[in-house]
Design a protein around this ligand. Sequence first.
Ligand SMILES: NC(=O)c1ccc[n+]([C@@H]2O[C@H](COP(=O)([O-])OP(=O)(O)OC[C@H]3O[C@@H](n4cnc5c(N)ncnc54)[C@H](OP(=O)(O)O)[C@@H]3O)[C@@H](O)[C@H]2O)c1
Length: 233
Amino acid sequence: MVTGVSSAIGAEIAQTILKLGGTVVGTYRSSDSVLLEQLSTQGGFESFHWDVFAEPHFLEGQQAFDAWVHCIGAIHPQPIKYLNKEGSEALFQVNYFSATRMASLLMKQNLLLPKASIVFLSSVSSHYPYRGGAAYASSKAALETFAKALALELSTKQIRVNTLVCGLVRSPMFDASKAPYSAAEIEAMEARYPLGIGTPSDVAKPCAFLLSDYAAWISGAQLLLDGGLMLNV
Ligand SMILES: NC(=O)c1ccc[n+]([C@@H]2O[C@H](COP(=O)([O-])OP(=O)(O)OC[C@H]3O[C@@H](n4cnc5c(N)ncnc54)[C@H](OP(=O)(O)O)[C@@H]3O)[C@@H](O)[C@H]2O)c1
Protein backbone atom coordinates (compact mmCIF):
# COMPACT_ATOMS: atom_id res chain seq x y z
CA MET A 1 0.00 0.00 0.00
CA VAL A 2 1.26 3.46 -0.93
CA THR A 3 -0.64 6.22 0.90
CA GLY A 4 -0.25 9.47 -1.06
CA VAL A 5 0.30 7.72 -4.39
CA SER A 6 -0.60 10.95 -6.22
CA SER A 7 2.52 12.66 -4.81
CA ALA A 8 5.56 12.94 -7.07
CA ILE A 9 7.53 10.61 -4.80
CA GLY A 10 4.59 8.27 -4.05
CA ALA A 11 3.80 7.81 -7.76
CA GLU A 12 7.44 6.97 -8.53
CA ILE A 13 7.54 4.45 -5.66
CA ALA A 14 4.36 2.82 -7.01
CA GLN A 15 5.85 2.72 -10.54
CA THR A 16 9.02 1.12 -9.19
CA ILE A 17 7.07 -1.56 -7.29
CA LEU A 18 4.97 -2.31 -10.41
CA LYS A 19 8.13 -2.53 -12.56
CA LEU A 20 9.57 -5.04 -10.07
CA GLY A 21 6.46 -7.22 -10.49
CA GLY A 22 4.54 -6.17 -7.38
CA THR A 23 0.97 -4.92 -7.04
CA VAL A 24 -0.03 -1.60 -5.46
CA VAL A 25 -3.04 -0.30 -3.57
CA GLY A 26 -2.69 3.49 -3.56
CA THR A 27 -4.55 6.37 -1.92
CA TYR A 28 -5.04 9.88 -3.28
CA ARG A 29 -6.86 13.03 -2.21
CA SER A 30 -7.16 14.88 -5.56
CA SER A 31 -8.40 12.76 -8.44
CA ASP A 32 -7.16 15.22 -11.12
CA SER A 33 -3.58 13.98 -10.95
CA VAL A 34 -1.70 13.14 -14.15
CA LEU A 35 0.53 10.78 -12.16
CA LEU A 36 -2.52 8.93 -10.86
CA GLU A 37 -3.94 8.70 -14.40
CA GLN A 38 -0.67 7.17 -15.65
CA LEU A 39 -0.64 4.60 -12.83
CA SER A 40 -4.31 3.72 -13.37
CA THR A 41 -3.62 2.46 -16.90
CA GLN A 42 -1.37 -0.28 -15.50
CA GLY A 43 -2.29 -3.76 -14.34
CA GLY A 44 -1.71 -4.53 -10.67
CA PHE A 45 -2.66 -1.00 -9.58
CA GLU A 46 -5.78 -0.06 -7.67
CA SER A 47 -6.50 3.31 -6.01
CA PHE A 48 -8.88 4.67 -3.40
CA HIS A 49 -9.79 8.17 -2.26
CA TRP A 50 -8.64 9.05 1.26
CA ASP A 51 -8.42 12.55 2.73
CA VAL A 52 -6.69 12.16 6.09
CA PHE A 53 -9.33 14.38 7.75
CA ALA A 54 -11.82 11.52 7.16
CA GLU A 55 -11.86 7.85 8.15
CA PRO A 56 -9.97 5.48 5.78
CA HIS A 57 -13.06 3.46 4.82
CA PHE A 58 -11.17 1.94 1.88
CA LEU A 59 -9.48 -0.43 4.37
CA GLU A 60 -12.72 -2.42 4.65
CA GLY A 61 -12.39 -5.60 2.60
CA GLN A 62 -8.65 -5.18 1.91
CA GLN A 63 -6.34 -8.19 2.19
CA ALA A 64 -3.36 -7.92 4.55
CA PHE A 65 -0.46 -5.90 3.09
CA ASP A 66 3.19 -6.99 2.86
CA ALA A 67 4.34 -3.35 2.65
CA TRP A 68 3.15 0.16 3.46
CA VAL A 69 4.86 3.34 2.26
CA HIS A 70 3.41 6.56 3.69
CA CYS A 71 4.05 9.49 1.31
CA ILE A 72 1.29 11.89 2.39
CA GLY A 73 2.72 15.25 3.44
CA ALA A 74 2.24 19.01 3.31
CA ILE A 75 4.46 22.02 4.15
CA HIS A 76 2.42 25.21 4.65
CA PRO A 77 5.33 27.53 5.71
CA GLN A 78 4.55 30.06 8.47
CA PRO A 79 6.81 32.05 10.81
CA ILE A 80 6.20 31.02 14.44
CA LYS A 81 4.86 34.49 15.34
CA TYR A 82 1.98 33.98 12.89
CA LEU A 83 1.37 30.24 13.36
CA ASN A 84 -2.36 29.48 13.16
CA LYS A 85 -4.34 26.24 13.27
CA GLU A 86 -3.74 25.51 9.58
CA GLY A 87 -0.03 26.05 10.02
CA SER A 88 0.33 23.83 13.06
CA GLU A 89 -2.57 21.53 13.99
CA ALA A 90 -3.74 20.81 10.44
CA LEU A 91 -0.16 20.20 9.35
CA PHE A 92 0.38 17.73 12.18
CA GLN A 93 -2.84 16.01 11.14
CA VAL A 94 -1.51 15.53 7.60
CA ASN A 95 2.16 14.78 8.36
CA TYR A 96 1.95 12.94 11.66
CA PHE A 97 -1.52 11.81 12.80
CA SER A 98 -2.31 10.35 9.36
CA ALA A 99 0.54 7.89 9.98
CA THR A 100 -0.23 7.11 13.63
CA ARG A 101 -3.94 6.57 12.87
CA MET A 102 -3.23 4.35 9.87
CA ALA A 103 -0.63 2.29 11.78
CA SER A 104 -3.05 1.75 14.63
CA LEU A 105 -5.88 0.68 12.28
CA LEU A 106 -3.64 -1.68 10.29
CA MET A 107 -2.61 -3.36 13.56
CA LYS A 108 -6.17 -3.53 14.98
CA GLN A 109 -7.60 -4.91 11.74
CA ASN A 110 -4.75 -7.40 11.26
CA LEU A 111 -3.88 -5.88 7.90
CA LEU A 112 -0.10 -6.32 8.12
CA LEU A 113 1.42 -9.65 7.12
CA PRO A 114 4.26 -11.04 9.26
CA LYS A 115 7.61 -9.79 7.85
CA ALA A 116 5.92 -6.79 6.24
CA SER A 117 8.01 -3.66 5.64
CA ILE A 118 6.86 -0.11 6.45
CA VAL A 119 8.57 3.05 5.15
CA PHE A 120 7.87 6.64 6.26
CA LEU A 121 9.01 9.77 4.41
CA SER A 122 10.74 12.39 6.49
CA SER A 123 12.87 15.44 5.78
CA VAL A 124 16.36 16.66 6.69
CA SER A 125 14.56 19.70 8.13
CA SER A 126 13.53 17.56 11.12
CA HIS A 127 17.23 17.71 12.10
CA TYR A 128 18.10 21.10 10.54
CA PRO A 129 14.92 23.24 10.54
CA TYR A 130 14.51 26.22 8.24
CA ARG A 131 12.83 29.61 8.85
CA GLY A 132 9.07 29.30 8.44
CA GLY A 133 9.23 25.51 8.63
CA ALA A 134 8.77 25.04 12.40
CA ALA A 135 5.54 23.04 12.12
CA TYR A 136 6.70 20.97 9.15
CA ALA A 137 10.08 20.13 10.71
CA SER A 138 8.51 19.32 14.09
CA SER A 139 5.84 17.10 12.55
CA LYS A 140 8.52 15.14 10.66
CA ALA A 141 10.66 14.84 13.82
CA ALA A 142 7.61 13.40 15.59
CA LEU A 143 7.06 10.99 12.69
CA GLU A 144 10.67 9.76 12.90
CA THR A 145 10.34 8.99 16.61
CA PHE A 146 6.96 7.33 16.04
CA ALA A 147 8.58 5.11 13.37
CA LYS A 148 11.10 3.84 15.93
CA ALA A 149 8.38 3.13 18.52
CA LEU A 150 6.36 1.31 15.86
CA ALA A 151 9.43 -0.70 14.83
CA LEU A 152 9.77 -1.83 18.44
CA GLU A 153 6.11 -2.83 18.82
CA LEU A 154 5.97 -4.67 15.48
CA SER A 155 9.28 -6.49 15.84
CA THR A 156 7.50 -9.46 17.48
CA LYS A 157 5.93 -10.10 14.05
CA GLN A 158 9.24 -9.52 12.25
CA ILE A 159 7.66 -6.43 10.70
CA ARG A 160 10.25 -3.74 9.89
CA VAL A 161 9.74 0.04 10.05
CA ASN A 162 12.23 2.50 8.56
CA THR A 163 12.34 6.16 7.58
CA LEU A 164 13.78 7.86 4.51
CA VAL A 165 15.13 11.26 5.57
CA CYS A 166 15.18 13.29 2.36
CA GLY A 167 16.75 16.53 1.24
CA LEU A 168 15.11 18.56 -1.54
CA VAL A 169 13.46 16.43 -4.22
CA ARG A 170 11.98 17.94 -7.39
CA SER A 171 8.18 17.83 -6.92
CA PRO A 172 5.19 20.16 -6.39
CA MET A 173 6.25 20.26 -2.72
CA PHE A 174 9.72 21.47 -3.79
CA ASP A 175 8.10 24.16 -5.99
CA ALA A 176 5.92 25.29 -3.07
CA SER A 177 8.89 25.45 -0.69
CA LYS A 178 10.77 27.68 -3.18
CA ALA A 179 7.99 30.28 -3.29
CA PRO A 180 9.27 32.67 -0.56
CA TYR A 181 12.84 32.74 -1.96
CA SER A 182 14.48 34.85 -4.68
CA ALA A 183 16.12 33.23 -7.74
CA ALA A 184 19.59 33.94 -6.25
CA GLU A 185 18.61 32.31 -2.93
CA ILE A 186 17.29 29.23 -4.75
CA GLU A 187 20.52 28.96 -6.73
CA ALA A 188 22.53 29.16 -3.48
CA MET A 189 20.26 26.50 -1.91
CA GLU A 190 20.75 24.15 -4.85
CA ALA A 191 24.53 24.74 -4.80
CA ARG A 192 24.65 23.21 -1.30
CA TYR A 193 23.83 19.77 -2.79
CA PRO A 194 27.10 18.22 -4.07
CA LEU A 195 25.13 15.67 -6.11
CA GLY A 196 22.38 18.14 -7.03
CA ILE A 197 18.74 18.24 -5.96
CA GLY A 198 17.11 14.81 -5.86
CA THR A 199 14.53 13.29 -8.19
CA PRO A 200 11.59 11.07 -7.15
CA SER A 201 13.56 8.13 -8.58
CA ASP A 202 16.45 8.88 -6.17
CA VAL A 203 13.96 8.17 -3.37
CA ALA A 204 11.98 5.33 -4.98
CA LYS A 205 15.00 3.08 -5.52
CA PRO A 206 16.26 3.13 -1.87
CA CYS A 207 12.62 2.70 -0.84
CA ALA A 208 12.39 -0.48 -2.96
CA PHE A 209 15.55 -1.70 -1.19
CA LEU A 210 13.98 -1.14 2.25
CA LEU A 211 10.84 -2.99 1.13
CA SER A 212 12.86 -5.95 -0.15
CA ASP A 213 14.38 -8.95 1.60
CA TYR A 214 17.81 -7.35 1.02
CA ALA A 215 16.90 -5.12 3.99
CA ALA A 216 15.64 -8.01 6.15
CA TRP A 217 17.88 -7.04 9.11
CA ILE A 218 17.16 -3.29 8.98
CA SER A 219 14.49 -1.85 11.29
CA GLY A 220 14.12 1.44 13.19
CA ALA A 221 16.70 3.00 10.84
CA GLN A 222 16.80 6.43 9.24
CA LEU A 223 18.32 6.39 5.78
CA LEU A 224 19.68 9.79 4.77
CA LEU A 225 18.94 10.67 1.12
CA ASP A 226 20.38 14.13 0.59
CA GLY A 227 22.81 14.13 -2.35
CA GLY A 228 25.64 14.87 0.09
CA LEU A 229 23.96 17.97 1.60
CA MET A 230 25.15 17.10 5.11
CA LEU A 231 28.77 17.21 3.90
CA ASN A 232 28.26 20.99 3.72
CA VAL A 233 26.66 21.48 7.15
N1 LIG B 1 9.76 16.98 -2.22
C1 LIG B 1 10.67 17.19 -1.27
O1 LIG B 1 11.61 17.99 -1.42
C2 LIG B 1 10.60 16.38 0.00
C3 LIG B 1 11.69 16.42 0.88
C4 LIG B 1 11.65 15.71 2.08
C5 LIG B 1 10.54 14.92 2.37
N2 LIG B 1 9.49 14.89 1.51
C6 LIG B 1 8.33 14.09 1.91
O2 LIG B 1 8.04 13.11 0.91
C7 LIG B 1 6.62 12.89 0.85
C8 LIG B 1 6.14 13.06 -0.59
O3 LIG B 1 6.54 14.36 -0.99
P1 LIG B 1 6.26 14.94 -2.47
O4 LIG B 1 7.28 15.99 -2.70
O5 LIG B 1 6.11 13.84 -3.47
O6 LIG B 1 4.87 15.64 -2.16
P2 LIG B 1 3.74 16.29 -3.07
O7 LIG B 1 4.01 16.00 -4.52
O8 LIG B 1 3.56 17.69 -2.63
O9 LIG B 1 2.48 15.42 -2.60
C9 LIG B 1 1.91 15.50 -1.34
C10 LIG B 1 1.02 14.29 -1.16
O10 LIG B 1 0.30 14.39 0.07
C11 LIG B 1 -1.09 14.22 -0.20
N3 LIG B 1 -1.90 14.97 0.74
C12 LIG B 1 -1.71 16.24 1.18
N4 LIG B 1 -2.70 16.57 2.04
C13 LIG B 1 -3.52 15.48 2.15
C14 LIG B 1 -4.69 15.19 2.88
N5 LIG B 1 -5.30 16.11 3.66
N6 LIG B 1 -5.23 13.95 2.76
C15 LIG B 1 -4.66 13.02 1.96
N7 LIG B 1 -3.57 13.23 1.23
C16 LIG B 1 -3.00 14.46 1.31
C17 LIG B 1 -1.27 14.74 -1.63
O11 LIG B 1 -2.46 14.23 -2.18
P3 LIG B 1 -3.13 14.87 -3.51
O12 LIG B 1 -2.03 15.27 -4.44
O13 LIG B 1 -3.95 13.73 -4.05
O14 LIG B 1 -3.94 16.04 -3.06
C18 LIG B 1 -0.02 14.14 -2.28
O15 LIG B 1 -0.22 12.78 -2.56
C19 LIG B 1 5.98 13.87 1.84
O16 LIG B 1 5.72 13.23 3.06
C20 LIG B 1 7.06 14.92 2.02
O17 LIG B 1 6.96 15.58 3.28
C21 LIG B 1 9.49 15.59 0.34
